[in-house]
Design a protein around this ligand. Structure first.
Ligand code: CS2
Ligand code: MN
Length: 354
């Protein structure tokens, strides 16, 4: 059981807080100031992981080593960025990292139309999406809205340098199809997976969120079929998935439990992000507490699928609501994620004893 931590200077949650969550053994770490394409230097990794170890936690998973758009578009300086990525893989492995979570989504990572929508029943708030609200909004509008609502906190997938070039990048993507994107993805995997095999690292691809194409951009990672195509791009246990239940469950077409079982059985799940969503209408949902009763996912079945098909994977509660007056990075407060971890551990204990 792990927790996402943005580093001492950037997180409202301390390592001590994280360590005090029952059965929390480690982190999914993140250097939130790194731009896509940059090498993660050994000294930076050593500093971050050193602090994590001092706090009595492990750091075997690193998230959001973002892939430069040149790699996704198959243009420009992609070979140089791929070389940098290989160096980052080797550097992370040297400090005991076993899994790297990334995504291959053009331009945007996750997207919401409100980062703090009040939940009428209890006055807490959570991330929220309503496709109808996107109508009449351009990508630039949503970027501005997200930046305003983020309260000055960096958000994974919304790195300023990525957003600065938005218009040019969107233009370039107009001529790139989903098949083109997969060709570029394969080129990237063929280059880096042998390095991962040598270094003992698994790459874990995170799903599109929401789980369908947006703003006409090609998106290729949001369903069982999509992931089958992705997995077939390069045959290696080092080429694996990070199944994020909340991202996948944003589409009612996805049977999340079946997806876990399918890829768990063939040893292609490296880690899990577990969170729940509550559907409120067509392509309209909010992130709920982790409990089955609060959302549309059956968390007992989710955890059971992990237990039965991929019990050794790293897990973390993904986003939480803001509760008890907490303020901080949207989705990444302490309290609700800690409740999520406790709940998931409860399910795990019950399933083990059963
Ligand atoms: C996060 C992602 O919001 C989420 O579901 O888990 O932002 C995730 O960290 C990235 O997609 C990984 O690159
Ligand atoms: Mn996730």
């Amino acid at each position: 059981m792990t927790f996402r931590w943005f580093g001492e200077k950037s997180d409202t949650v301390s390592l001590k807080n994280i360590k005090q969550i029952p059965a929390m053994t480690g982190l999914m770490g993140f250097l939130d100031y790194k731009a896509a394409g940059e090498v993660w230097e050994k000294s930076e990794i050593a500093e971050y992981i050193g602090k994590v170890h001092e706090a009595g936690l492990e750091c075997e998973v690193i998230e959001s080593v973002n892939i430069h758009e040149d790699i996704k578009m198959g243009s420009g300086n992609r070979d140089e960025y791929i070389e940098n990525y290989k160096t980052t893989i080797r550097n992370l492995a040297e400090y005991g990292v076993k899994v790297i979570v990334y995504n291959f989504m053009p331009v945007f990572d996750w997207l919401r139309t409100d980062l703090a929508r009040e939940i009428p029943e209890d006055g807490s708030n959570s991330l929220y999406f309503d496709e109808a609200e996107l109508e009449g909004m351009g990508p630039l509008d949503i970027v501005k809205r997200t930046a305003t609502q983020s309260g000055g906190f960096s958000l994974p997938g919304w790195e300023p340098e990525r957003m600065a070039e938005l218009e040019t990048t969107l233009k370039k993507y107009e001529s790139i199809t989903a098949d083109d994107l997969r060709v570029n993805y394969k080129y990237f995997l063929d280059a880096i997976i042998p390095v991962c095999e040598e270094a003992g690292i698994k790459m874990a691809c995170h799903p599109d969120d929401p789980a369908w194409p947006i703003f006409g951009l090609p998106r290729i990672a949001h369903s069982l079929k999509c992931f089958e195509k992705i997995i077939s791009l390069h045959n290696s246990p080092s080429h694996a998935l990070c199944l994020c239940t909340g991202s996948l469950a944003s589409s009612i077409d996805n049977d999340v439990v079946a997806i876990i079982r399918h890829f768990g059985k063939i040893n292609r799940v490296a880690c899990m992000h577990i969170r729940n969503v509550k559907h409120l209408g067509h392509r309209k949902f909010r992130e709920s507490s982790h409990l089955s009763t609060d959302g549309d996912l059956d968390m007992y079945e989710v955890v059971k699928a992990v237990y039965e098909t991929c019990p050794l994977v790293y897990v973390r509660p993904d986003h939480g609501r803001m509760i008890w007056g907490e303020t901080g990075r949207p989705g990444y407060g302490l309290y609700d994620r800690a409740l999520g971890a406790a709940y998931l551990n409860g399910l795990w204990e019950a399933i083990c004893k059963e």
